[in-house]
Design a protein around this ligand. Sequence first.
Ligand SMILES: [Mg+2]
Length: 326
Amino acid sequence: MNRPSVVDRQDRVAGAVVGSAVGDALGAPFEFGPAGVYAARFPDGVGTMCGGGGWDPGEATDDTQMAVLVAESLPERDGLDLPDMFGRFRRWARDGPKDIGLQTEDVLTSGDPWDLAAALHFQVNGRAAGNGSLMRAAAPAVYFARAGRVATMDAGRRIAALTHGDRAAWEGTAVLHELIRVALDGDHPLAAVPGALDRVHEDHRERWATVLAPGWHPDAATEFNGAVWPCLGTALWALRTTRTYENALAAAVDVGGDTDTVAAVTGGLAGAVYGFEAIPSRWTEPLHVPLPGYGDRVLRTPDLLALARRLDSDPCGAIPTNIRTP
Ligand SMILES: [Mg+2]
């Protein structure tokens, strides 16, 4: 991975937010396909927004829709207001989005209160380590970055816990928040992995260290990449083994499986590293984000750029200490 030297913070912030949405839309038509489909379709190695599988070219999925809900809640509520965020998720889920993670749907439609729904779901099902909390992490990572490592990681855990009862998902989201924070500062996110792992809950550190290790490859995954570990592991692998935003995204989608979310996570990281200017206009121009539950709203790239600026400039609210982690 090369790190461009002339990228300023504003460009990285925009790159993280838009880059994640672009990855989501780029990967959506390939969801649940095998490895190698993207490269076969686009022998140039980078490709276009092609649509398919029920998605229009450039149409973002639940990944970006939930990210927008998080991104709007933070400045509007002056910080981390978890009940508000959960309410926005629920309003969106009730309106029947085209796609929604199974686990997320169960939690949001259970009727249980915001601070119990995910925990109860985990208690009953015993499995709650889907990648759904990673896919919406770029925006809150931008918002909390200026508050430093501890606050950024803690916010990641708390937002993850709204829909995911398994601490593995909280810890992975905390790591992703931290890597994006480091990238926004202009430092190398891959070099920040050991420091982030040091702050992962000890019960989960070893498993995370395995998939985030420099030699890890998606072929070594022990679960489908809809799970939190191989999803973040694959995003880091894509970043590590390529030298541009475009190539990182193409590599992520070409792995197959849960391509929209793996590419959304890769895109948030790669966008923070290479900046918005590195994202090709053939990907940003068709990008659009419908928002079920919120009338006919459809956000486009300029709207996401405005949101990114707001996240970066807002005095990042204190994390209210009276809100407990579910
Ligand atoms: Mg999706």
